[in-house]
Design a protein around this ligand. Structure first.
Ligand SMILES: N[C@@H](CCC(=O)N[C@@H](CS)C(=O)NCC(=O)O)C(=O)O
Length: 244
């Protein structure tokens, strides 16, 4: 019954899957992939080239939402999907909204600055890999940046728009957290996990498992510092529900 997670340690969509596996205290191994070379490996397992992909009992499950659903079905203890069907639907709707509005836009917003810092980005991408990944990434860095900018449509104008989308989603999120402190119902669910995991690159929690820098490079650092009050809820969710 071995569980293997194919991932990029830096990816916040992969963090969703890691968190779910850790939350359920499941024994799993991670296969860290080198961006670019991941395509060959992932295409053997699944229809798209994206990570995360979870392998279990000869099956491959691609996509963080699908992995959370699968884990809840196979390992129902500590369910992340609410038991009540109306709440389950609401949690799934939140998750899809957050994947789109926070997942995609935090990534584009953050990379616009990070990509200008090769040693930071190569350090992130080389995490958990053999010694040669880092020099290799330094060598191909200009090409990697071109591909990433193209694939994720990252440029100053789209990044500025993404920042606005993140701000709007953060506002909606904070307005929606009820007295219970959760997005859906009276307990922690996949909606809360998704929101906190996808926002995590902005506040760099240690449980994420990445060697974060002491501070984000400018102008991200100052911009994100101004968002601190809006990020507090996600920080609290990490502190309460994300074991190391
Ligand atoms: N909706 C997907 C998004 C996954 C995604 O965008 N993964 C990125 C890393 S953050 C990726 O694998 N990009 C490379 C590729 O698609 O080949 C999920 O939730 O898993």
């Amino acid at each position: 019954m071995s569980l293997t997670l194919y991932q990029f340690p830096i990816s916040h969509f992969c963090e969703k899957a890691r968190w779910a596996l850790d939350f359920k205290a499941l024994d799993y191994t991670t296969k860290n992939l080198l961006p670019g070379q991941h395509v060959k490996v992932i295409r053997r397992l699944a229809a798209q080239s994206s990570v995360p992909v979870l392998e279990h009992e000869g099956r491959s499950i691609q996509g963080s939402e699908q992995i959370l659903t699968y884990l809840d079905e196979k390992f129902p203890a500590r369910k992340l999907t609410p038991v009540n069907s109306g709440e389950a639907q609401a949690a799934l709707e939140w998750e899809r909204y957050l994947d789109k509005e926070i997942g995609v836009h935090v990534r584009r917003y953050v990379y616009q600055t990070l990509l200008q810092h090769p040693s930071l980005v190569t350090g992130f991408f080389a995490t958990g890999g053999p010694f040669w990944w880092r020099p290799w990434l330094r060598l191909i860095y200009p090409k990697l940046v071109t591909v990433m900018r193209k694939r994720m449509n990252i440029n100053p104008a789209t990044a500025a728009e993404s920042k606005q989308r993140v701000l709007m989603a953060l506002e909606r999120l904070n307005d929606s957290v009820g007295d219970s402190g959760y997005l859906v119902g009276a307990g922690f669910s996949r909606a809360d996990l998704t929101a906190a995991a996808l926002l995590a690159p902005l506040f760099m929690p240690p449980q994420y498992g990445l060697n974060w820098p002491a501070a984000l490079p400018e102008p991200l650092h100052s911009e994100v510092a101004a968002l601190e009050p809006q990020l507090q809820w996600a920080r609290d969710i990490y502190a309460r529900y994300r074991g190391a």
